[in-house]
Design a protein around this ligand. Sequence first.
Ligand code: DGL
Length: 275
Amino acid sequence: MVTNRQERAIGIFDSGIGGLTVLKAIAELMPAEHIVYMGDTARVPYGSKSAAMVTRCATQAVGRLMTIPLKMVVIACNTASACSLGALVETVDRTGAVPVIGVIGPGAHEALARSRNGRIGVIGTDSTIRQGAYQHVVKTLAPDTMVTAQACPLFVPLAEEGWVDNEVTEAAARRYLDPLRTRNIDTLILGCTHYPLLKGVIATVMGPDVQLIDSAEATAREVKALLHARGLERASGEPGKHAFMVTDAPERFARVGEIFLGRPLERVELVILQA
Ligand code: DGL
């Protein structure tokens, strides 16, 4: 058991593989940090489930992640952040000794900082858009902002298939995003951790006047700021170790994960959660 808190790992949770975009951003910004990733691949997708079911699955998976001593937890899933962040804070540590952050706050802040005309779009899974979490955070921080939200449910399976840049993906993107193009937005939040993989196609469809907000990068910056503020950064010059846990099909996770990370995954362990 690691007793020095700085030496503990950062825990990252996602419904499946999408949170690897957040892991990649964190590892690039903080290469010395150890990271343990949990993907609930047995129950992905969360995006089409009810909020109650998302909370039940996410608290169980994060509970398993917490059997490892961690220094903070990142809910790298917009759907779980939107539906279950309060319950997950309770699961991790309600005293706040192990901080928990989601991806919605960082993405919303970044969009507000970068928008010039106060017209922001957000795309995400059905559950994320239905919960209205981004709309709520943006409106709370800047009530005059106009937010247009659009669910893009086919983007997750397209990303998982590795179809990040072909005519099928572009056709789906045009179908989903054309209505947003008529709203004169200058900023579009990629409100699902799978979507950074489709950035190229989304940028082509939206055109050069719309900036894309990748909540993975914004979240990584918030993780760094939080660890720094609490004196929890790992001091070593050695690169951190990355370990992966999934609830089903570790071989598939390793294969598709390589597309997300652009490198092979070292160790993927299968964990069984009680139904
Ligand atoms: N990665 C999840 C998110 O950011 C989407 C995948 C799912 O539907 O579970 O919302």
